[in-house]
Design a protein around this ligand. Structure first.
Ligand code: PAF
Length: 295
């Protein structure tokens, strides 16, 4: 596995692969790799000839300077974790390879970026959309792999790839969870021992609420119960807990089409997010209820 920090060297390599008619997969990351990232790497290995993992802690997607400063930086152990996967390249661009002096362009995706993390982290998705566009272009990727834990991010990236006629296919991969149900995230490393034991309540509360809604319980009632459960378990505050349609993120008061529950909550000074699909029922012309498969 080569480590490259300059886009000229990256391009020289991708051009060789292109000339040989080989395909390129990319897994964009900000490092602090865990099994969730590694599942994306495995998916990329299975579906493309060459795999590039990118590692860039993107300052433009942090709306809070303290969050950026605290973001774990573990380059050496990240490289070690990738070694067994037989990937071609770890691309760790210097900041000015992404944002050279005078950089003045922002990719901004409306619609799917509104609400949820878009509302609670102003500017976050502009930062994500801008850096992902650059990484897809710099790596010349045929396919890019993103986790469903960041479900809104996945839809933002799909939208920009379609709207900007990028050739890269955006592939969503399932959320990987710890044995206790906590969605894997680099932020989990920042939880103290006690809060780390509390954190899996998120997965349980979301699954319980999703099942209750699927059974026909009023979503507002199910969400109130979930909020109370989180706060009494020790969560400090909840940025959002919402039922939204999938994949267009309309707020829903009843689950009459494919939907997901989305949560962002604070625990021990760490912001955790998660989402689960809701199996629901949709009205058909005969007015009988017809179950649908969750996305
Ligand atoms: O999900 C992430 O780690 C980041 O948002 C991404 C996609 C690598 C862009 O910086």
């Amino acid at each position: 596995m080569q480590i490259i920090r300059q886009k000229a060297a990256l391009r020289a390599l991708t051009e060789t692969w292109r000339r040989a008619g080989e395909t390129i997969g990319v897994v964009p990351t900000m490092g602090a790799l865990h099994a969730g990232h590694l599942s994306l790497v495995a998916a990329a290995r299975a579906r493309t000839d060459h795999v590039i993992v990118t590692l860039f802690v993107n300052p433009r997607q942090f709306n809070n300077p303290e969050d950026l400063a605290k973001y774990p930086r573990t380059e050496e152990s990240d490289a070690e974790k990738l070694a067994p996967f037989g990937i071609d390249l770890l691309y760790i661009p210097e900041p000015d390879e992404i944002y050279p002096e005078g950089f003045a362009t922002t990719v901004s995706v409306s619609g799917v970026s509104d609400g949820l993390c878009g509302a609670t982290r102003p500017g976050h998705f502009d930062g994500v959309a801008t850096v992902v566009t650059k990484l897809l272009l710099q790596t010349d990727a045929d396919r890019a792999f993103f986790g469903e834990k960041d479900y809104q991010q996945l839809q933002v990236v799909k939208r920009l790839a379609t709207d900007l006629d990028l050739k890269t296919e955006i592939v969503g991969c399932p959320t990987i969870r710890e044995d206790d149900g906590l969605a894997m995230s680099s932020r989990n490393l920042r939880l103290g021992a006690g809060p780390r034991e509390t954190a899996p309540v998120i997965g349980r509360v979301l699954t319980t609420a999703a099942k209750a809604i699927a059974r026909g319980e009023n979503p507002a009632q199910a969400l109130d119960t979930a909020r109370e459960a989180l706060l009494s378990a020790g969560f400090d505050s909840i940025d959002y807990l919402e039922l939204r349609s999938d994949p267009d993120f309309q707020l829903m008061t009843k689950a009459d089409r494919p939907a997901r529950l989305f949560l962002a909550a604070w625990l021990d000074g760490v912001r955790l997010i998660d989402n689960v699909a809701v199996a629901g029922r949709q009205k058909v012309e005969s007015s009988e209820d017809q179950p649908f498969e969750p996305a």
